[in-house]
Each structure stands twice: as C-alpha cells, then as structure tokens.
Design a protein around this ligand. Structure first.
Ligand code: NAP
Length: 317
C-alpha cells in the first residue's frame, strides 16, 4: 500500500487512473483540486484535498507522508507551469518518493506548441535532479488514445471523444506524403490507467522514460485496419511536409471537435494547429512510445487496436 496524491485528479484522464487505483484496493488516494469536493459522484475510498498551487508551504503540509504524486494538471491554462513546478518543489520538500508529471501523450513534443508546457516541466525535473536524485520520476507516454479512433463514440468512462486525423466515422484520413511507415503508439485510456495503477504498486525504481505501448502500428497499418473494420478503403488526403512546415493545410476537411479545456475564441486556430502538429510530429516519430512500463508489468495484456476498433464499429453505419 502506498499513499498517492493525484493533482488535477478531477480531470478526465486522471479519473480513469483514479478508478484503476481504487480497483487495486491497495492504495490510499487523495485528489488534489483547486475546488471543493463535489457533493455527488464522490468515489469511495478517495479523499479530496482542496489546494492552492501558489502556496508551497501548504502544499508541503498536504503532501506529508505521500509516497507517489501523479499530476494531471491541465497545461493550457498554466502557460509557465507554475502549478506543476510548485508541486515538484513541495513534493521534494515533503520527501515524496515518486512523481509523474502531466504527460500521458507523445514521446516527442516538436511541432506541438499546445504541449510546450510538458517540455518546460521535463526540463524542470532534469534541473532539480541534476546533481543528485531529488525525486524519482517517470514520463508516462501511452501515445495517442486509441479511444479517439472511435470518435464520435465514447469508449472510455470519463475521457470525452476527440477527433483526430484518422476519421473512422467518415472513412477518411489525412496523412503526410511519403511517411506512411511512421509508427504511432495507440493505447486505450483504460489500459493506460490500469498499467499506471500497476506501476504505482511496483517496488522497483521507476524508469524516467515511461513508455506505455498498447499497439505499435504504422500509419499504413491504421488505414488497413480502417479498411477492414469499416468495410471499404478510406479516402486519404496526402499532404506535403513542406506545406505543413509553413503552416499550410491543403485538405478539404480539418478537425472540428475541440478539447473542453480550450476557450471558444481559440478553438479554430488550435484545431488547425493540432492537425498540422500531429501530422508533422508523427511523421518525425514523436508518437512512437517506448515500452519501459510494459517491461515493468510484463503480465499485463493490452487491448489490440484491431479488436477494439472492430468492436466499436461493428454495428455502426
Ligand atoms: N495522449 C492523449 O491522446 C491525451 C489526450 C488527452 C489528454 N492527455 C494528457 O492528459 C493530461 C490530463 O488531460 P485532461 O484532458 O484530463 O485534463 P483536464 O481534464 O482538462 O484538466 C485536468 C485538471 O487540471 C486542473 N487544472 C486546470 N487548470 C489548472 C491550473 N491552471 N492550475 C492547476 N490545476 C489546473 C483541473 O483540476 P481542478 O480544477 O480540480 O484543480 C482539471 O480537472 C494532460 O497532460 C494532457 O496533455 C493526453
């Protein structure tokens, strides 16, 4: 049993992990939130701690006795990542053993300005650990949530559907010309949550690179799966990397569904940027996760992309 604090634990991805931690029946879990505990829908066995991320002293007190901190803090609303940096400082002062920053995405971050906060926190963790290990940490990286290939259908308990460049509903996709062999890691939110819960229970040292590899597939293989589960080939629009590099997206369609954390006035610009950034970064291998966490929990069986997508799309028009 370890005492786990889940910062930003009220969020969508965090709640998947909190449920998986609860399901182990092994840990003492506290959600850190800037707000008061909800009156309804509280999870049994989970404590709620209202925190002010600008008050380091109070954070240290709140973290006393905590073994592991998992952060799911939304990066977009905190451009300097002050909340996560203060949380790291407080965790070190309180003697926390392990820390996981708000990652849960791609290994590489180039071309994805909306995730530059992740890079800032990676650099901060390197800095605080430069001379000696101040805190053990891992960057949990499951790649893209496989659930997003089920858009607009919801396949996870809390994670909302989000559109991506593989549009299974309309049997279409956008790819980068000449980069069909680029590898993408696709992992269901449920698998990511379950294996993180297992990693929390592991005694050994956490690896810094926390690659989680549910499925390792090329862009071409995703299109082949799409063909099989949707019954006919996708209409593929191929774009040139040179165009993407200068911010041009020459396609007949773009992403339309935006993450709930994005303000309305920024949605259109961000959707185009996310489309361009995801395409460019994937063509450069940023979405190919490693498998350090798989190795930590070798008995864990991941959901295969083809069986998951076959199930989702089996009865859909
Ligand atoms: N791989 C993928 O495909 C993928 C997809 C989605 C998300 N992700 C990653 O998963 C992580 C969590 O994302 P999410 O969508 O679950 O996040 P979210 O629900 O938008 O936000 C998580 C929590 O962050 C807290 N928060 C928001 N603004 C804050 C601020 N300024 N300071 C401190 N806390 C703040 C909020 O908690 P309180 O209000 O309770 O304090 C919120 O519930 C992120 O790192 C994201 O990049 C990855």
């Amino acid at each position: 049993m370890v005492k786990v604090a889940v910062a930003g634990g009220s969020g969508q991805v965090a709640r998947e992990v909190v449920d998986a931690l609860v399901a182990t029946g092994k840990h003492e879990i506290t959600i850190f939130s800037r707000g008061p505990a909800p009156t309804a829908a509280s999870v049994s066995g989970v404590q709620w701690q209202a925190v002010d991320y600008s008050d380091k002293g109070a954070l240290v007190e709140a973290l006393r006795g905590t073994h592991t901190v998992l952060s799911f803090i939304q990066l977009l609303s905190d451009p300097n990542q002050t909340a996560q940096k203060n949380l790291i400082d407080a965790a070190i002062s309180a003697g926390v053993k392990r820390f996981a920053p708000s990652e849960y995405g791609s290994r590489g971050l180039d071309n994805m300005a909306w995730w530059e906060g992740k890079q800032k926190v990676r650099e901060y963790l390197e800095e605080v650990n430069r001379n000696q290990t101040a805190i053990e940490y891992t960057l949990f990286q499951p790649g893209l949530f496989l659930d997003y290939l089920a858009f607009p259908y919801k396949t996870a308990k809390y994670l909302d559907p989000l559109q991506c460049v593989f549009d299974f509903k309309n049997r279409r996709a956008i790819t980068v010309d000449g980069h069909e062999d680029a590898i993408m890691t696709l992992t269901t939110a449920a698998d990511m949550a379950a294996i993180i819960a297992k990693a929390v229970g592991c005694d050994g040292k956490w690896p810094t690179n926390g690659g989680i590899c549910g499925n390792r597939v090329s862009v071409a293989q995703i299109l082949e799966i799409g063909h099989r589960v949707r019954g006919r080939p996708f209409v593929v629009e191929k774009v040139k990397s040179e165009d993407l590099e200068v911010g041009e997206l020459k396609t007949s369609w773009c992403l339309e569904a935006v993450h709930q954390a994005v303000p309305d006035d920024q949605a259109q610009a961000l959707l185009k940027a996310v489309c361009i950034g995801t395409l460019l970064s994937s063509s450069k291998g940023a979405w190919e996760s490693s498998d350090e966490i798989n190795k930590l929990c070798p008995e864990y069986e991941f959901t295969s992309a083809e069986s998951f997508l076959s199930r989702v799309w089996d009865d859909k028009p």
